[in-house]
Design a protein around this ligand. Structure first.
Ligand code: FA5
Length: 348
């Protein structure tokens, strides 16, 4: 028995030499001292079968062996912990001579995009779908389909940039779209009636620019076609938009205006943000700022969209999205918005 205990001790010492981590150390500990089947534990359990004299001697030897083995295992455990700590320290070392990382500058939305996203959500909540139209448009959809035949004086209401030799069709004229209304007939032809849609997007006009007019600006077109659609629905939608953007007290003024593609046609104004209605250079001393054109869709336009005007009616409106942005943020010159000036844009 004595030699068995000696053998066990040297077995442990030998095994410890090749142990490099705590998991293996635990394995060895279990093999020798494990409560259920440890080799030394089994020897201790067998003591009861010995004679009193034998038990005295072997018991003492076994206890000594146990203490020795526990001590070497404990020493190894401490050595392994110190090694782990050293490795972690190495890993965590800070190089204080390393140059600092450059500060990350986060971008943000352009004010036009902020208002456009806001309105898309509002119109979505009223059941409108959001459509995207092309910025280069055929003369047909931009004018002719909207009840503005060639050489009609109404074409002069919008100074147009024409596109020469357009690759899709160089025979007929193409334009930089002057109005998002260009999507009305395209949408009716594609989706039919009933329909509720908005089309936000860029428009272009050969303007003599000033504080309210840009050559490149955004509009947000909206139209609804269905049975029993009336002017009251149009008024309700436009008031909802104005109140949503500028608060419950906002006043909207509707005045008759001629647009060939609606009958009756109106334009809409809201109180000037700068002078609060007293008159200034932004509102040309009227106290009001024109922000949209609108009306009941002309039967000729419905027919171009393959819609039967005796069954369906509809309304359409074109909000000057860039003007809405001016009003919302109190921007006194529209030209800042397309200037790309970061000092201006960083304010939003
Ligand atoms: C139109 O463009 C019509 N398509 C609107 C419409 C749609 C009428 C549907 C009826 C039915 P108008 O040219 O008035 O209309 O322009 C509409 C709005 O766009 C104006 O009220 C104004 O807010 C804005 N707008 C027009 N021209 C410019 C410009 N050069 N710069 C900035 N905003 C402009």
């Amino acid at each position: 028995m004595q030699s068995k205990l000696e053998q066990l001790k040297s077995e442990v010492l030998l095994a410890l030499k090749s142990i490099k981590n705590k998991a293996n150390l635990e394995e060895l500990e279990n093999k020798i001292l494990g409560r259920k089947n440890g080799e030394l534990t089994n020897i201790m359990k067998g003591l009861k079968d010995l004679t009193d004299d034998e038990r005295k001697i072997v018991g003492q030897l076994a206890n000594e062996a146990k203490l020795e083995i526990e001590a070497v295992l404990q020493t190894k455990k401490i050595q392994l912990s110190q090694a782990d700590w050293q490795t972690n320290l190495e890993k965590e070392r800070l190089d204080i001579t390393q140059p600092a990382l450059p500060k990350i500058e986060y971008g943000h939305f352009h004010p036009n995009t902020i208002v456009q996203n806001d309105l898309e959500n509002l119109f979505n909540s009223m059941g409108f779908m959001v459509l995207d139209g092309s910025e280069i448009e055929s003369d047909y959809y931009n004018f002719t389909a909207l009840n503005i035949p060639e050489s009609h004086p109404a074409r002069d209401m919008q100074d147009t940039f024409y596109v020469k030799n357009h690759e899709v069709d160089s025979e007929t004229p193409w334009v930089m779209r002057t109005q998002t209304s260009a999507m009305q007939v395209r949408a009716l032809q594609k989706y039919g009636a009933p329909i509720r849609a908005i089309v936000p997007g860029k428009c272009f006009r050969n303007e003599a620019t000033d504080v309210r007019h840009e050559h490149t600006f955004y509009q947000l077109e909206g139209f609804v076609v269905g049975e029993n659609i009336t002017f009251a629905h149009l008024k309700g939608v436009l008031e909802t938009v104005a109140k949503h953007l500028y608060g419950e007290d906002t006043k909207v003024k509707l005045r008759p205006k001629y647009y060939p593609f609606v009958e009756p046609g109106i334009n809409g104004e809201v109180t000037c943000f700068l002078c609060k209605g007293n008159g200034c250079r932004v509102c040309k001393n009227t106290g009001w700022l024109e922000i949209f054109g609108a009306g009941m869709i002309h039967p000729n336009v419905l027919k171009q969209g393959n819609i039967d005007p005796s069954k369906y009616q509809g309304f359409a409106f074109g909000l000057g999205l860039t003007r809405l942005v001016m009003l919302k943020y109190g921007i006194e010159d529209i030209r800042h918005l397309e200037s790309g000036d970061l000092k201006f844009l960083k304010q939003f």
